[in-house]
Design a protein around this ligand. Structure first.
Ligand SMILES: [Zn+2]
Length: 167
């Protein structure tokens, strides 16, 4: 496992500050983190002091939490994917700051990749992002501000889906 693994369901995790450089020892593997996870880990207390990117990527973080049970997100799915994919998203995909529990979109059994929020510099101008936010607005019966729209994209296509993060 490389020190800076990639995450297919959250490809810009490092740009999104899910990790910070640190040589603090990882609570799961005991090695210096190199890239230390910065977000909350949903598990029974006590929360581990530090988890490295390697142990997020391979699920070894389970060794640092009571019962080995944890999630990196407070989310549900709009279609239920396989147990293996649920585990990959919930336990091996870095989380991001949201106000509330949210829905992770799934199409044809495959979770989509989280790209960021509708206001992000690299997303705001994309026509596909704008139409995904407009479609979400129609669904919600009102206009949705890009700052509350979480943007996802299919792994092997270019279908964009926006879901809402209500404050
Ligand atoms: Zn580790």
């Amino acid at each position: 496992m490389p020190d800076k693994p990639s995450f297919r369901f959250h490809p810009d995790a490092y740009e999104h500050d899910c990790f910070e450089e640190s040589d603090e020892p990882c609570a799961a593997c005991g090695r210096p983190c190199v890239w230390k996870y910065t977000h909350h880990l949903y598990a029974l207390p006590p929360e581990p002091a530090a988890i490295c990117a390697r142990c997020v990527a391979d699920g070894n973080a389970a060794r640092a939490v009571p019962g080995g049970d944890y999630s990196l997100h407070d989310c549900g799915f709009d279609e239920e994917p396989s147990d293996a994919l649920v585990a990959e998203v919930e336990q091996r995909t870095p989380g991001f700051a949201t106000f509330n529990p949210f829905v992770w979109p799934v199409r044809d059994g495959m979770p989509l990749a989280f790209l960021g929020f509708g206001e992000d510099d690299n997303l705001a101008a994309l026509p596909q992002v704008k139409s995904a936010i407009a479609a979400l607005g129609v669904e919600m019966g009102g206009e949705v501000a890009p700052t509350y729209a979480m943007i996802f994209k299919t792994l092997d296509g270019d279908k964009y889906v926006a879901t809402l993060d209500l404050d």
